[in-house]
Design a protein around this ligand. Structure first.
Ligand code: S3P
Length: 172
C-alpha cells in the first residue's frame, strides 16, 4: 500500500463533454499552474489523433498508452492541473495512479447534457453511430460508480456556470 502525498496537483475526471479541458484551462490561468491533458499528450507522442489511434490499433492499444502515461505522470508532476480522458478511471490501476497524482475532481453530467454538447462531434470514436444518446446513457450507466469511487470531490456541472465550478474547486 502506498502513502498518499500532497503534490499540489488537481486531476479532473468525468465523462466526455463534461468540461474537463475547459475547466482545466480556466483553473490553470487562475492558479498560474501548468495545464496538461492526457489525450493531447498521447496525440502528440503518437503523431495522430485519438480517432486515428482507435481506428488503426483499437481501443485496448489506446488504453495501454493511457495507463503508461499516467504511471509516468504519477512519478513526476507537481503543482499542475491535469485532465484525463473520460475512460481513464475505468481501470483499477489507473484509479490508483490518479489518486497518487493528486486531488481528484469529478465533473458529473447528465446524459442529455453530454448529448446536447457533443451533437455533431466527430472526435469521440465511442460516440459515433446511429444513436449517440443511448450510447452515452449506456456508457454512463457502466461508469458512474467508478468515477465516484475515484473522486475526492464531485461537482454536478449541468446547471453551473464556470465561476461556480471554479469556486467549488477553490478549496481543494
Ligand atoms: C474516451 C474519452 C475521450 C478519449 C477517447 C475515449 C472515453 O476523452 O480519451 O475518445 O472512453 O470516454 P474526453 O473525455 O476528453 O473526450
Amino acid at each position: 500500500m502506498w502513502e498518499r502525498v500532497n503534490k499540489g496537483n488537481v486531476v479532473l475526471i468525468g465523462f466526455m463533454g463534461s468540461g474537463k479541458t475547459t475547466v482545466g484551462i480556466r483553473l490553470s490561468y487562475k492558479w498560474k499552474r501548468p495545464f496538461l491533458d492526457t489525450d493531447k499528450l498521447i496525440e502528440c507522442r503518437e503523431g495522430r489523433t485519438i480517432s486515428e489511434i482507435f481506428a488503426a490499433e483499437g481501443e485496448e492499444y489506446f488504453r495501454a498508452l493511457e495507463t503508461e502515461l499516467l504511471k509516468e505522470l504519477s512519478l513526476k508532476i507537481h503543482n499542475q492541473i491535469l485532465s484525463v480522458g473520460g475512460g481513464t478511471p475505468l481501470r483499477e490501476e489507473n484509479r490508483d495512479f490518479l489518486k497518487q497524482i493528486g486531488t481528484v475532481v469529478y465533473l458529473r453530467v447528465r446524459p442529455q447534457t453530454v448529448y446536447e454538447r457533443l451533437k455533431g462531434d466527430t472526435t469521440r470514436p465511442l460516440l459515433q453511430g446511429e444513436d449517440p444518446l443511448s450510447k452515452i446513457t449506456e456508457l454512463l450507466d457502466k461508469r458512474w460508480r467508478l468515477y465516484e469511487e475515484a473522486a475526492d470531490l464531485i461537482i454536478d456541472v449541468d446547471d453551473m456556470d464556470m465561476d461556480g465550478i471554479l469556486e467549488r474547486i477553490k478549496g481543494v
